[in-house]
Design a protein around this ligand. Sequence first.
Ligand SMILES: NC(=O)c1ccc[n+]([C@@H]2O[C@H](COP(=O)([O-])OP(=O)(O)OC[C@H]3O[C@@H](n4cnc5c(N)ncnc54)[C@H](O)[C@@H]3O)[C@@H](O)[C@H]2O)c1
Ligand SMILES: O=c1ccn([C@@H]2O[C@H](COP(=O)(O)OP(=O)(O)O[C@H]3O[C@H](CO)[C@@H](O)[C@H](O)[C@H]3O)[C@@H](O)[C@H]2O)c(=O)[nH]1
Length: 465
Amino acid sequence: MKVKTICCIGAGYVGGPTMSVIAQKCPDIKVIVVDINQDRIDAWNHEDLSQIPVYEPGLDRVVAEARGRNLFFSTDVNSSIQEADMVFISVNTPTKTYGEGKGMAADLKWVELCARQIAEASKSDKIVVEKSTLPVRTAQAVKDILHNTGNGLKFQILSNPEFLAEGTAIPDLDNPDRVLIGGDDTPEGKEAIQALVDVYANWVPREKILTTNVWSSELSKLTANAFLAQRVSSINAISELCEATGANVEEVAKAIGTDSRIGPKFLKASVGFGGSCFQKDILNMVYISRSYQLNEVADYWEQVIKMNDHQKVRFAKKIIKNLYNTVSGKKIAFLGWAFKKDTNDTRESAAIYVADFLLSERANICVYDPKVPKEKVYADLDYLNTRFPEENRQLVQVATDPYEACKDAHAVAILTEWDEFKILDWGQIYELMLKPANVFDGRNILDGAEMNQLGFRFQAIGKSY
Ligand SMILES: NC(=O)c1ccc[n+]([C@@H]2O[C@H](COP(=O)([O-])OP(=O)(O)OC[C@H]3O[C@@H](n4cnc5c(N)ncnc54)[C@H](O)[C@@H]3O)[C@@H](O)[C@H]2O)c1
Ligand SMILES: O=c1ccn([C@@H]2O[C@H](COP(=O)(O)OP(=O)(O)O[C@H]3O[C@H](CO)[C@@H](O)[C@H](O)[C@H]3O)[C@@H](O)[C@H]2O)c(=O)[nH]1
């Protein structure tokens, strides 16, 4: 079977870039990305490509090439489902904030709604592809809903998790390490798998397209994120040991990373990992493990999160300790709010939690991030519910210029590794700040010796100056 029309439900950080690249690489396939959020769809359709809702280097060019040719963004979910022979589910699956599994399990209500909507809207057989990250065995529930509410139509369910990282989504999609497709081991299942393999084979070498059973595919996604996050927590644990012993975490990372069995990637010590995926997916895995009474497995992975929480608190406490044990009424400049560079996404960003900790100590914070708007900073803090929204607005300012953010500050904290922070005029910043002028580099992007020479009191992660 050759796929002619794809519908993707969910025009977010995954649905948008993924479908844009599929449309770019497969001009014969019509790709419709749908969402219930009208503002988001309007932004995807915006004439000015700097206004599309996801900031990703290179994405604007891909959208410019395919949009209006074979790539469409729409809120008309039902008719897009009807038109498609393959429907991707790419909706959000955040950690549950209520009821059973609160704070641990993935909230699957949006996935279930999608399954029900596909069943109701469909007038012909379809291949349904799980693109969202889902707990292992979710395909069973999706299948159950489709087959019990779907007017006798036939649906094949595939799992095709996405491995792109934000900030590098376009190169990751252009040249993936692998594409993973899980499906049923039946003639119909194999035919569906082949149909999706054929889509990717337009640009991905065949040997990089792995096919597995559905459960392996679902679990591989959670496992990949758990392994990646575990490396970050491991190096962050070592960073604390480095600070206590005089070792340098970058030298240690390099020394161990040259061992080909360990490898050099994901060994960058930081203020802590953020992003919408790592914490959510590990908590989900911990929850699943406990639900099978695998308590040792659950405890093992939960430690990755505990270490990450510790790293964020440790950073905030280091700031307080160096400001004579009080930050009350003191201005602290935050350079960066996004969870990593080259994205406008702030979900679970370490900056939010470090700020929250300092605000509880009555600090005044001034944030500068090149891609995050003011309202998003406030929304992120309000979401924590630690204090009234008015207090967040009193204690936190958002600057549109890094020098303005640093003016009259007792300390500058670097929370995101934006390249532009490396080339700021740090001499000028020193002049603008109150003395002693402290810089806490939570991303190890600055040269400590140079900063000391400029007069700063400089602290980084896992190394001493
Ligand atoms: N962000 C990433 O880098 C990344 C990478 C790999 C996998 N994932 C996974 O992909 C999934 C989506 O993540 P995201 O970051 O794109 O989320 P997102 O919140 O950016 O986007 C999800 C979109 O789905 C829409 N939506 C929800 N329910 C809908 C419905 N019933 N009908 C139509 N639209 C609906 C929302 O309005 C939203 O725009 C998650 O499961 C996530 O774990 C994310
Ligand atoms: O050595 C490192 C590497 C990463 N990080 C931090 O870890 C977080 C996550 O970074 P990264 O993995 O690059 O970005 P994500 O977009 O969260 O991508 C992860 O999560 C996605 C969603 O599931 C997966 O698709 C990707 O494969 C997986 O890398 C960020 O806060 C980084 O700053 C570090 O602190 N040190």
